[in-house]
Ligand binder design. Structure first.
Ligand code: NAP
Length: 334
């Protein structure tokens, strides 16, 4: 049975997800789109899809069985609450929301409904390299994890649109989520260190070094560099009691020319995580067809938002800032 999906937000990632839902994946059809910019929505709409004036109208439409939210983070709260009110499964790009208060409202609404409808777009959990790394840690022969180094590098970000807060409230959420998942641990506090500023980013505070303190005592250090020019480079290395496990350097064709012998580096997230996004949606489609969700939950979205908030406070205070969650509702227990 084909899942009829409506996509809200037809910018960069919205268009990429429409491509995969239309051309790559089975058992799914994009029947509706909506964007603040109607012209962009019309351009991005696949043949036969209806263009809606507002996200609310799309969510309520009978033809839409499930929703994909790819709008900007600050718009997610209202759209998620509308999906819950309509009882429709929803895939929401990260960040789930942009404040603790918004995250709590979303959790409260989903808990009141009594079943999971929300899946948050933390695609690293669906990436084969991260899944292999987690399997090694979970097998236990390297002993307990002690430290995890997470590196997040973008070639560049749009000047003016990407602010100094965004490494923490838009980018760190990925590293926070993958640390909790990979280490089966919880974040209890955050410190931030600001090194020498790169001259490539103008006024942008870049790079940023974040230390996440986990409940077990493991420390995660996260390098976020968003203007590093050479490409999109995501790394991860877990130091354990008896050894080290790391993500591989992705195999790619070896190029030899007058600059030397080298391998190409992905240009951006679309290229590096192309299979992970496909797998993320394969699993979401199966769950949404059963009326639910799988993988990263609204709880995971909430914890990442709290971590981002604490990191932003830590920039100002210069100190360790605690991450204090409410007690976890039974709905989100594995
Ligand atoms: P983008 O290119 O700016 O696209 C966002 C689109 O949503 C724009 O067309 C925007 O219109 C539209 N929009 C904003 N608010 C809306 C609303 N209330 N209703 C309907 N449409 C709305 O940004 P993007 O790079 O695609 O990012 C979108 C989301 O995906 C962000 O939350 C971002 O963090 C996330 N993302 C995730 C990943 C990942 O690795 N998982 C990668 C990239 C992006 P205007 O431009 O007119 O505001």
């Amino acid at each position: 049975m084909t899942l009829r999906v409506g996509v809200i937000g037809t910018g960069m990632i919205g268009q990429d997800h429409i491509r995969r839902l239309t051309k790559v994946l089975q058992d799914v059809e994009v029947v509706a789109v909506s964007d603040i910019d109607q012209a962009r929505a019309s351009q991005a709409a696949p043949a036969g899809a209806e263009v809606f004036d507002t996200p609310q109208a799309l969510i309520r439409a009978d033809m839409v069985e499930a929703v994909v939210i790819c709008s900007w983070g600050a718009a997610h709260e209202e759209q998620l609450l509308d999906c819950i009110a309509a009882g429709k499964p929803v895939f929401c790009e990260k960040p789930m929301v942009t404040s603790e208060a918004a995250a709590l409202k979303v959790i409260e609404a989903e808990v009141a409904l009594g079943r999971r409808l929300i899946q948050v777009g933390f695609m690293r959990r669906f990436d084969a390299d991260y899944r292999n790394l987690k399997a090694v840690i979970d097998e236990g022969y390297l002993g307990a994890p002690l430290m995890y180094r997470s590196v997040h590098r973008n070639a560049s970000v749009p000047e003016g649109l990407y602010t100094s807060e965004m490494p923490l409230n838009d980018t760190l959420v990925h590293d926070a989520d993958i640390s909790r998942w990979l280490l089966s641990d919880e974040i209890v506090g955050v410190e931030v260190r600001i090194p020498k500023r790169s001259s490539r980013g103008g006024e942008l505070r870049d790079p940023t070094l974040v230390l996440l303190r986990m409940a077990s005592g493991v420390i995660v250090d996260v390098e976020i560099s968003v203007n590093i020019d050479y490409g999109y480079d995501i790394r991860g290395e877990v130091s354990c009691e008896n050894g080290v496990a790391a993500l591989p350097n992705r195999p790619a064709t070896v190029i030899s020319d007058r600059h030397g012998i080298r391998q190409r580096i992905p240009v951006d997230w679309r290229e590096r995580f192309i299979e992970a996004y496909d797998q993320e949606f394969r699993e979401w489609i199966a769950a949404a067809r059963d009326g639910g969700a799988t993988g990263p939950s609204a709880w995971d979205g909430y914890v990442s938002t709290l971590t981002a908030d604490a990191a932003l406070r830590a920039v100002t205070s210069g100190h360790y800032e605690a991450v204090n969650t409410i007690s976890k509702p039974a709905l989100y227990e594995a």
